[in-house]
Design a protein around this ligand. Sequence first.
Ligand code: ZN
Length: 321
Amino acid sequence: MYNDKVHRISDYKKYGHTYCDTGEILHQWSVGSIYGILQNTNYLGSLQPYKSEKRLHEEKDSIFYTKEDEEEAVHHTHQAIVSVKLFEKVQNRLKIKMSDKKTQYKSKYTENIYRNILYCGNCGKVMHSVYYQSRKKDERHYSYYCKRAYFIDHRKCEKNYIREEQVTSLVQKQLCNTFKEQQIEAKDFIKLNMDECDRRIAEYERKGGKIAKEFEYMKKQAAMMYGRYKEGEITKEEYLAFKQNKKEQDNYAKKSLEEMKQKIRRAKDKAEEENKFLCSLLKADICKTLNIQLVEAFMEKISIFSNGVVDIVYTFSKGEE
Ligand SMILES: [Zn+2]
């Protein structure tokens, strides 16, 4: 269609005609659009959703099937340009293609750690990932390429391909060098991390302290109210109402205090866990510990250029947060 200069759907809507004229931009058709057309029942001459023979039989057997349904189903709204036979043949081909894709890889899921930050340096678009199966282990290995290298229109990009292992080995070397150059050490990150954790814990403790104070105040208040009740200053009903109110407040305070304690525990656990992987950064086996959290914590963007240049944008640098 590109060779025949047929506008894709969005360009057809923009220009209002099918064929590309001089001065207009011609784009290639996307895979998604072609799939959409192949599955669109409008070409069968009906605006009804397409149903296979089997599905129709099932529906006719249903107790909910009415005469109106039948009339509606056979109603043709416009001239068909594709026969039902051909349409079904295409659907079967698509189905087989889909099931092929699903059964090909049955392995355990291995994380695609660069999926959100790897870009093609030539055209700026996200690198597309594909994976292959390791023969030895039940693992997936990813490689990344620029989809636009296979475009046929003016957006065509240069061939740009890199394997996950190559990215990892570069990233590790670069990260370690950068840490050394900028004299950033794991202990700096750990200190930052602990400061943040302490700040949060102090906040929880402050809130907890406030609740405990209120609790103590209510306790004193209760002793005083009991005295007044005994002296006959307040009625039994008034005293009981106060007690009921106090009970509710106490329950609320106890719950809140328990929540604060839990939050503090969780903050400590989280900081400890984070420190562990910060420590693993400086170790030689950083390769084994690179995961998506770590990758995204330290790097904002990795651009791959087809001439071999790899550009890494870090999320940190010395002197800045
Ligand atoms: Zn590209």
